[in-house]
Design a protein around this ligand. Structure first.
Ligand code: URA
Length: 421
């Protein structure tokens, strides 16, 4: 088999055979197929697509590039994956909530890249908290606490780690079969019994339109079905930031508010909705996550989860050295607060990274002091920018240009959950 033949097949719009896929993914993982050859193949896939059979085989080859985890827990395991958004801190309250309701939640999470935040970056703002755990530590924590949020182990779909980094720098991220196989290879290798997908739609998401998000959701659910994994996908709105906090420590603070029975209504709604879906898939449909959340019991599980990974849940979180307010230009109703622009502003302030190896600032971010639909008066603070590097503020303000719309009346507000597949 040669890489040239595989590239030519897809370049010419033909289907890849199972043998070609197994060979090229395996050979790329071992370094036999070079980065430039895989980049050419990824571009051919982006332009010419892969059908369901090819995508399922590609996913299997990526899983087989490493080890499948055996979680060995005595309760049903269920995970959630979000395709990424702005202010999306839902994993933080969700994992301890679902664990408190009786399922085990192994949540192997990622870091932020670009304008979307990463769960591990957020949790690392908690003093002492450790993202990297061994498989034995993951199993022990699942048994004792019921929830673990940590970095993927090194042998979990290594082909994806290599290919994702390559796609990121070759303009080949935005391919539905490549995104779907990337996400699902990691989730299937992780070994949970069931998975709920939160497929984001809107300016702050990968998928800007409902049609594209539906195509991605169908591909994800289809791969899950091929691999015997119970999957539900929710399409949820990402046109405006989720909650009021966008960044790292600020999002942890908001998640803790939710776990203590408070927090913004949209974060509470999505946390409870996803928990209900996860518990239904895990065979625990009678659980009442809304009541558990309001009772504060999930906060106790959160504290145990953080402590189990070396963190101090009571320690003060980092505070930014510099803050700047963005005021409302007019009286009226906040009609729009664009998710992408706020995500880019937080990123510019230091909450995100431009390259995988860059550090993030734990305290940087944006607080949305008003949410769409709320009445505002001219001069009222709308956003609070937080950073340790005041020289980043002009770039953040530039990113926010055109992001805020104030109108005479509130536009009709759409639902947070747009569809369920
Ligand atoms: N998230 C992933 O894990 N992979 C992709 O390709 C895109 C988003």
């Amino acid at each position: 088999m040669s890489a040239m033949d595989v590239i030519r097949t897809k370049r010419d719009g033909l289907r890849l055979t199972g043998e070609q896929i197994d060979w090229v993914v395996g050979a790329y993982t071992r370094g036999v197929v070079a980065d430039e050859q895989m980049a050419a193949l990824a571009m051919a896939i982006l332009l010419n697509g892969m059908d369901t059979t090819e995508t399922a085989r590609w996913t299997r080859a990526m899983i087989d590039s490493g080890q499948r985890l055996r979680l060995d827990v005595d309760r049903p395991t269920v995970d959630k994956h979000s395709t990424g958004g702005v202010g999306d801190k839902i994993t933080l309250p969700l994992a301890p909530l679902v664990a408190t309701c009786g399922a085990a939640v192994p949540q192997l999470s990622g870091r932020g890249l670009g304008h979307t935040g990463g769960t591990l970056d957020k949790l690392e703002s908690i003093p002492g908290w450790r993202a990297r755990l061994s498989l034995d530590e993951i199993r022990a924590q699942l048994a004792e606490v019921g929830a673990v949020v940590c970095a993927p182990t090194d042998d979990l779909a290594p082909a994806d780690r290599k290919l994702y980094a390559l796609r990121d720098v070759t303009g080949t991220v935005e391919s539905v079969p490549l995104i779907a196989s990337s996400i699902m290879s990691k989730k299937i290798a992780e070994g949970a019994d069931a998975l709920v997908l939160d497929v984001k739609v809107g300016s702050g998401a990968f998928m800007k339109t409902r049609e594209d998000a539906t195509r991605l959701a169908e591909a994800l659910v289809g791969i899950g079905a091929e691999h015997g994994l119970a999957v539900t996908a929710l399409l949820t709105d990402m046109s405006t930031p989720l909650g009021r906090a966008v960044g790292n420590a600020v999002e942890v603070e908001e998640a803790v508010d939710v776990l203590r029975g408070g927090g913004p209504a949209d974060v509470v709604e999505l946390t409870v909705t996803l928990a209900e879906e996860m518990l239904a898939l895990a065979g625990l449909p009678a659980a009442d996550p809304a009541a558990v959340l309001a009772s504060g019991a999930a906060y106790e599980t959160w504290c145990r989860m953080i402590r189990a990974q070396g963190g101090d849940p009571q320690a003060p979180l980092p505070r930014a050295g510099h803050t700047q307010v963005v005021p409302a230009a007019d009286d009226g109703v906040l009609a729009q607060l664009d998710a992408y622009a706020v995500g880019v502003a937080a990123w510019r302030l230091g909450a995100g990274r431009a390259r995988k190896e860059d550090p993030v600032q734990h305290a940087a971010g944006v607080l949305c002091l008003a949410k769409p639909g709320e009445r505002v008066t001219a001069g009222q603070p709308l956003l609070e920018l937080r950073t340790d590097a005041p020289d980043t503020v002009p770039a953040a303000l530039a990113a926010l240009d055109g992001a805020i719309e104030i109108a005479d009346a509130a536009p009709p507000s759409g639902p947070l959950v747009l569809d369920t597949l």
